[in-house]
Design a protein around this ligand. Structure first.
Ligand code: GAP
Length: 465
């Protein structure tokens, strides 16, 4: 039995607004759910798409030195032998003999002894620390009833092929990165890219996490936005610094996250993944504390070297200008889309006391990522106001998701858009029929100004695009 996945109380408001307003639903809800799975509702899907579009624009379209890729989730299992995932992609697992809860030993120690308490410990050292600490099982409270810690491989297995007899055991990819490495040669030969250059892709990854938790922060199915930047050996330090800075700036300037909620944490030597010579995490201050958002790793020539060895293909790059052949080094910024989603909603969430004593919940998304860009309302459902509002709606539709709402008091309609995080609302009233102007209300200041209808599109486009 898996430990019941409880929601940290610090995430309660975020989970609640996400469910109430159609951002995130529990997975398979009408069948009693499936633990740790989530479905993104209409506003959640818009937010995810906006984040992906923004990332693709900054990491592919605006970069002359980066191209995109969309590789398969299912890969030849040899890929995972070569990459080291079959032998090394493990978490330490203990079971409670009393209640059968499965617990991640390193996180269990950290929960009791503090951040990084398990960094660099062997399985034996973890066993010793758990024994000495005599900590209670987080599920049943019993002490001293744990099995010895053992390695648990995080890759999901499935079979490939129509007949059970000849089906091949394969894995769902645990990272999108390997799809990029195995296409390095294809990209070089078909696009004539010169080093340094990057290959970026967005896609789903799967990890059978022992303790999936904290809402969408750690799930078994998630989406990654990864880029492998291939460079000449000896230049990786420079590129590492470049990408760390580029990613930090992207989060604040494009996504609009607040600087004080982001920090950079360099990995200790013992903490580094088996493929990395240096890693820094960009961490976000989630409701439950600081947690990894974006991992930036210097992966050396490990992956291409391994694939060359296991596949027998020559994966060296031929620098024709200097007449050199080498396996490129790689710097990899790897971002989790669902964690970015959680950071974006957390950063935007605010409860405000208003002058009239009421409290409003507002999601202060940057207009670039906001799921709905503009709400369009006719003041009344009659006298030609709905027709005029619908016309404005159609004119604005190419900017992104626009919402038409003609139900209920205007104040209630504004509040609803505040909770969805819509940055602007347009109200069509009786004056609009005479002077072709409308009221534009700003979500954050709640100020309202009169604006000609014909100026609306370019006014909003300046903020949104
Ligand atoms: N290719 C390198 C790689 O996959 P990682 O640090 O394991 O590195 C990159 O993953 C990012 O993917 C993390 O920083 C995190 O944002 C996201 N991520 C990893 N595991 C996740 C999980 N179980 N649930 C949600 N996001 C996850």
């Amino acid at each position: 039995m898996e430990k019941k996945e409880t929601l940290d109380s610090s995430l309660k408001d975020i989970v609640s607004v996400c469910k109430r307003r159609g951002f995130v639903y529990p997975g398979s809800e009408i069948y009693g759910g499936l633990s740790n799975t989530f479905d993104y509702g209409p506003y959640g899907a818009e937010l995810l798409h906006n984040l992906k579009r923004l990332w693709w624009k900054s990491f592919v379209h605006l970069r002359e030195d980066v191209v995109g890729l969309d590789s398969s989730i299912l890969l030849n299992p040899k890929v995972w032998e070569a990459s080291g995932h079959v032998s090394n992609f493990n978490d330490p697992l203990i079971d409670c003999k009393n209640c059968k809860a499965r617990i991640r030993a390193d996180k269990f120690l950290e929960d009791h002894k503090g951040e990084n308490a398990a960094t660099g410990l062997t399985l034996e050292q973890m066993n010793e620390a758990i024994k000495v600490g005599n900590y209670p099982c987080p599920n049943c409270g019993n002490r001293g009833t744990f099995t010895e810690a053992r390695d648990f491989n995080l890759m999901f297995q499935t079979s490939h092929g129509a007949n059970a007899e000849d089906a091949q055991e394969i894995y769902l990819r645990p990272e999108t990165a390997q799809g990029i490495f195995i296409n390095f040669k294809n990209v070089v030969s078909t696009t004539r890219r010169k080093i340094p250059f990057g290959i970026a892709q967005i896609g789903k990854s799967f990890r059978n996490e022992i303790m999936a938790r904290q809402f969408v922060f750690r799930t078994r199915e998630f989406e990654q936005m990864e880029m492998e930047y291939f460079c000449e050996p000896g230049t990786q330090k420079e590129w590492f610094s470049h990408w760390v800075e580029y990613c930090m700036n992207w989060l604040t300037e494009q996504v609009g996250l607040r600087k004080e909620n982001i920090r950079l944490r360099e990995h200790e030597k013992e903490e580094l993944s088996f493929y990395s010579e240096a890693t820094s995490d960009i961490e976000y201050k989630y409701g439950f504390g600081w947690g990894e958002l974006w991992g930036i790793a210097s992966r050396t020539d490990y992956d291409l070297g391994q694939h060359e060895k296991f596949s027998g293909e020559d994966l060296k790059y031929h620098d024709q200008v200097n007449n050199k052949k080498y396996i490129p080094y790689v710097v990899e910024p790897a971002l989790g889309l669902n964690r970015l989603f959680l950071a974006t909603v957390t950063d935007a969430y605010a409860e405000e006391k208003l002058a009239d004593g009421e409290t409003r919940t507002v999601l202060r998304f940057s207009p670039k990522v906001a799921p709905v860009k503009v709400g369009v309302f006719p003041l009344m459902k009659k006298d030609g106001l709905p027709e005029m509002a619908r016309k404005i709606y159609s004119e604005l539709a190419s900017l992104g998701s626009i919402e038409y709402d003609d139900g209920g008091a205007i104040g209630k309609r504004y509040r609803r858009q505040d909770e969805i995080g819509t940055p602007f609302c347009v109200t069509v009233d009786y004056d609009s029929l005479n002077d072709q102007t409308v009221t534009v209300r700003d979500r954050d200041s709640m100020n309202q100004e009169r604006m000609p209808i014909q100026a609306l599109k370019s006014h909003f486009a300046n903020h949104i695009l």
